[in-house]
Ligand binder design. Structure first.
Ligand code: GUN
Length: 288
């Protein structure tokens, strides 16, 4: 039976580190603040945003909730971001995705409008550039949280073969860069990969970020491998499952994250860490 990597345990350690940073900032008279913009009323997005605000409250980080109507125009949203960029009391800006249509067509422009110093999601082209170069910057929360979990859990990345399924900008691609930085050998697979199971069976670390329930089956996993399930799929009104067939894969894997209760908690914790990191960098830049 695999070791279950509960997100709660690792998220608590990330949050403790963020809280420590927030306390140090407050001692200098700086109150870390995250602004969260949510456009429209997508129920899943509303839950995610609530979780982010709850984490802020828990750690004494200020959160500025900005709900905008679904009819918000591109110009209005950009103006809102400009205002937050100019506000010195706001250290992090997050635009919850997905944006509703037709705004969704402008997602890249919207994310690029955020001041890169406040880009706590790590989606701005400048942040992506830093990630690619391995230079300091804000890293996307989900993959960065997974890396912290692997470190805390003592799972070897150096020299390991890490296989990622899914090439999204939010998870797959940044995860590949972060694992590479930890000296893993990385294979990035996607929907057109041939002989997928033969590749995943070679993985010491397997990351599933596909968005399809039960996509990863036991025959795709090497005995003893670490399996990280990034999927969140709603298969019934109150039933969330990941991308991994947990019951079957748990019998083969060496370690595995559950859904719910796994990676999702790491994402929120890492966001708190990014807000503190951003606030610290902005404070230092002002010479305070
Ligand atoms: N929607 C799903 N995941 C994310 C995320 O990490 N950040 C934002 N802003 N929106 C999301």
């Amino acid at each position: 039976m695999a070791r279950i990597l509960y997100g709660k345990e690792f998220a608590a350690r990330i949050k403790a580190s963020a809280e420590h940073g927030a306390i140090a900032l407050r001692a200098h008279g700086v109150n870390p603040c995250l602004a969260v913009i949510i456009v429209g009323n997508d129920p899943a997005s509303e839950v995610y945003v609530r979780n982010k605000e709850k984490a802020c409250a828990e750690l004494g980080i200020r959160s500025n909730h900005i709900p905008l109507p679904a009819e918000t125009t591109r110009e209005e949203l950009l103006a809102c971001i400009d205002e937050l960029n100019a506000d010195e009391e706001v250290h992090g800006i997050l635009v919850q995705l997905p944006l509703p249509a037709p705004l969704s067509e402008s997602s890249e422009e919207v994310l690029s409008r955020i001041d890169p110093r406040k880009d706590v999601d790590g989606f701005h082209p400048v942040s992506v550039g830093h990630l690619f170069l391995g230079t300091p910057g804000l890293r996307p929360c989900t993959p960065a949280g997974c890396i912290r979990m692997l470190e805390y859990a003592g799972i070897r990345m150096e020299g390991a073969h890490a296989v990622i399924i899914g090439r999204s900008n939010i998870v797959g691609k940044p995860m590949a860069m972060l694992l590479l930085e930890r000296h893993a050998t990385v294979t990035l697979c996607h929907s057109r990969t041939e002989n997928l199971a033969a590749i995943t069976r070679e993985a010491d670390i397997l990351v599933a970020a596909v968005g399809q329930p039960h996509f990863v089956t036991a025959d795709m996993v090497k005995p003893g491998a670490t399996v990280i399930d990034v999927g969140i799929n709603r298969i019934a009104p109150k039933k969330l499952v990941g991308d991994v067939d947990f019951e079957a894969v748990e019998k083969v894997a060496g370690a595995i994250t559950p859904v719910p209760g796994g990676v999702g908690l790491l994402t929120v914790a890492m966001l708190m860490e990014n807000v503190v990191q951003a606030a610290k960098a902005q404070t230092e830049a002002k010479g305070e």
